[in-house]
Design a protein around this ligand. Structure first.
Ligand code: EPZ
Length: 433
């Protein structure tokens, strides 16, 4: 079992480059199989969830050629089945985008129901509703979502609540429907826009992505394209908060500052200095930070995926903070681990954390409960006195590329080791003192 060992107390300093957005890449890679022509995708984050999705499409006949550390060429002209029923596919959420992509291209798909981080019940009823509105028959049987249509037809689809996944999935299928499809109360998140831009670069006709109404004129065929994925706003936000947590001075490059506004606003509110450039952002912090009230919301509100990192930062801020989670019902599991490190956090009614800032956290052995909760525990380790061991790093590796390497380059005393590699652990402890 691999784990991170962190010796806290080092100020993060220097420059870090952000990778491509995992959650956009999942939609874009799924979309890339909708043409028989070659698609080149740049800025692909080399993380576990992406590698699982790539393996899944390879297993149905797609050829993937890595032509650089973060660039792939996709050739989907030899797909030989629309059944994506592999056990490993159940482990990621983004596999459901293969339903929309295969339904658009072949008018049928059978895909293992998605798993993903255990942060709530995560139903897919809005996806199903959208596929049915396009004229498909949807059945859930034996752990698979089975979708089939004679033809995909146009029409209006109203989502009664916003869903990133459902918006992208239905948009994928709809771009090869007959006639116009209008998605109302669509999700506005940056990755919805990125997937739409990518589909348009393949010849789709999608207008309005990034607003609540997306209009899609169906086309008969999509063609090859070259595209670069947007930077990962969550990875950027994680480094912003890690810099603030360690009273550091970090320049975060390859970002779109507009996508980070909700994090910037909270960092300014609690006393961090934030300097924005065209495609970079610098975070400088000194002294003890202040408290804040935060509620997670859909974009452009405060992103649920940054809630654990925010709570962690507030755990050592002066005063009492309140963090309310309104998107997923089970996203405070990491709080128990923070309490083991000395934080004073009470979670009430499972969606609100009341945080009384303590002077210091102390190192402990903690376990990453999910992807973002795991990243938050790393930030806690960077701030804490002494050594912190973060177990279950495979969760963190689902979404952060070279996480410990990027942290080391900023000066963090942090390594990834096998828990039984006593020699490496001894060597690290000797080195960092
Ligand atoms: C995406 O999940 C992201 N995942 C999540 O990031 C992110 O937290 C979430 O959007 C919100 O921004 C990917 O992009 C792969 P939703 P998704 O559909 O699409 C409910 C990470 O850490 N809902 O917008 O699953 C749902 O339960 C991950 O990178 C239904 O009830 O999110 C939730 O409460 C974790 N029925 C809310 O809507 C549905 O059919 C929002 O979910 C669909 C969703």
């Amino acid at each position: 079992m691999q784990q991170y060992i962190i010796k806290g107390g080092k100020r993060l300093e220097g420059e870090v480059k952000i990778s491509g957005y995992k959650n956009a890449a999942l939609g874009i890679i799924a979309a890339s199989i909708m043409t028989d022509e070659i698609v080149k995708i740049e800025n692909v984050p080399n993380v576990r969830d992406i590698n699982v999705l790539l393996k899944a499409i390879e297993d149905i006949g797609v050829e993937i050629d890595w032509v650089g550390k973060n660039t792939i060429k996709v050739n989907a002209s030899k797909i030989n089945t629309v059944d994506v029923d592999f056990d490993y596919v159940r482990k990621i959420r983004g596999s459901y985008y293969l339903v929309g992509a295969l339904l658009g291209k072949y008018k049928k798909a059978k895909v293992a129901l998605p798993g993903g981080c255990n942060i709530g019940s995560r139903p897919i009823d809005r996806h199903v509703k959208g596929f049915e509105a396009l004229g498909s028959k949807v059945k859930i049987e034996r752990g698979l979502i089975c979708v089939e249509a004679d033809k995909l037809s146009g029409g209006n689809i109203y989502f009664d609540e916003s869903s990133v996944g459902a918006t992208i999935n239905v948009m994928l299928a709809a771009c090869m429907a007959e006639g116009q499809v209008v998605l109302e109360n669509a999700a506005k998140e940056p990755h919805v826009v990125d997937v739409a831009n990518f589909l348009n670069s393949m010849g789709a006709n999608i207008k309005g992505a990034g607003t609540e109404v997306i209009r899609i004129e169906g086309v008969k065929k999509l063609h090859g394209s070259e595209y670069s994925i947007i930077p990962d706003q969550i990875e950027a936000g994680t480094f912003m908060f890690a810099a603030a947590a360690t009273k550091g001075d970090v320049l975060i490059t390859n970002v779109i500052p507009k996508h980070l506004e909700a994090f910037t606003a909270k960092l300014l509110e609690i006393g961090t200095e934030v300097i924005e450039y065209d495609d970079a952002i610098r975070i400088k912090a000194n002294g003890r930070l202040g408290s804040a009230h935060v509620k997670t919301l859909v974009y452009p509100g405060f992103l649920t995926d940054m809630q654990p990192q925010m709570t962690t930062l507030l755990s050592v801020s002066e005063g009492t903070s309140i963090v309310t989670e309104s998107i997923f019902e089970n996203r405070f599991k990491y709080a128990d681990e923070l309490v083991r490190m000395g934080a004073d956090i009470k979670v009430v009614e499972s969606n609100t954390a009341i945080i009384t800032g303590v002077e210091k956290l102390t190192g402990a052995t903690v376990s990453a409960p999910d992807l973002r909760g795991g990243a938050a525990l790393v930030i806690a380790g960077l701030m804490a006195d002494g050594y912190t061991i973060v177990e279950n790093v495979e969760y963190i590796e689902r979404g952060y590329e070279d996480f410990e390497i990027k942290m080391q380059e900023l000066g963090a005393a942090m390594i990834k080791v096998n828990s039984d590699d006593e020699k490496a652990i001894r060597k690290f402890k000797f080195k960092v003192g």
